[in-house]
Design a binder for this molecule. Sequence first.
Ligand code: IPM
Ligand code: MN
Length: 365
Amino acid sequence: MRIAVIGGDGTGPEVVAEGLKVLETVAKKVGFEYTTKDFNVSGDRYLERGGNPEAPSIEIISDEEIEELKTFDAIYLGAVGHPGVAPGILEKGLLLRMRFAMDQYVNLRPVKLYPNVPTPLAGKGPDDIDFVVVRENTEGIYTGMGGVQYQGTPQEVSTQVNCTTRFGAERAIRYAFELCKKRNSPKKMVTLVHKTNVLTYVGQTWFNAFQDVAREYPDIKTDYNHVDACCMWFVKNPEFYDVIVTDNIFGDIITDLGAMIQGGMGVAAGGNINPAGVSMFEPIGGSAPKYTGQNVINPIAAIAAMAMLLRETGANKGDEKLVAAGNLVEEAILACTPKMESQSAGRMGMTTTEAGNMVAATVAG
Ligand code: IPM
Ligand code: MN
């Protein structure tokens, strides 16, 4: 297996180092070969090359780099986001660019509470908080369609188009049903989350696609929530959910809430998936610049992203060793989180390196 590694900015490289440490251990344990190649694409590189911190100027990642990334079996990403670069430049120029260029049309975000990890939800435990959000990852308001006119004047007018295609909605929905089938939880239910009462055009496209795909899966129950109600249910009855499928921006928002109920940004991992191409796995917490270089950031999310990388890549290639390795890493996380004082940066009762060592040692057995 060949893995492209993008540490990125802030604490990204620190947590990626721990994920790679666990990878090295699990590869020895399970017995598979792999190579990694580092890609120095980051906000730092952009600035070093003279990129304008206020507006996109030079390329953040080149076409050649994108083409090279496409030749790997998987991409392992730390974090994108730099305090010295204005919002939007790196997000669009790097993260969204990679998601779109590699057609990673599903953003897979499990919301799973690990044992002994505190959740802010009173009376809820690991049995209650265990579902997956399938976020459409290439469309919606993320495409950049729209524009601004008369900028800087009182007449300024701007639009940001919610670009929704039947094709895009349908492939995300079908992915969600397939996932539900595989998960085989007793709930066996896919919930569509949208805002069809206001976004009547794009909502209808999603709703129609959902109903049509659902007919192909008579054993799977279906449900629909408006996105605002979904936020309420996340807090009130998270045990209600099995698999959620939703559009790009709604998925972005509800998975931050999901991360909080599963114990925080320190544990939440996600995968940008192209089932027929190259997928990219990342902790979803961001670059956390204020903790950079202090050895206090929680590497669990990045290690969970590595577990996901192994499992997804293994399943895709039909490589059972990789799947077993991913499961082993996940089991090690389950065994280790109870030994940490907290899942928050700086309050783990151990350093980043120690947390990584502990998971690696548990994998080694
Ligand atoms: C995420 C992030 C990104 C998104 C940003 C950094 C563009 O919030 O991965 O959830 O909105 O998708
Ligand atoms: Mn987000």
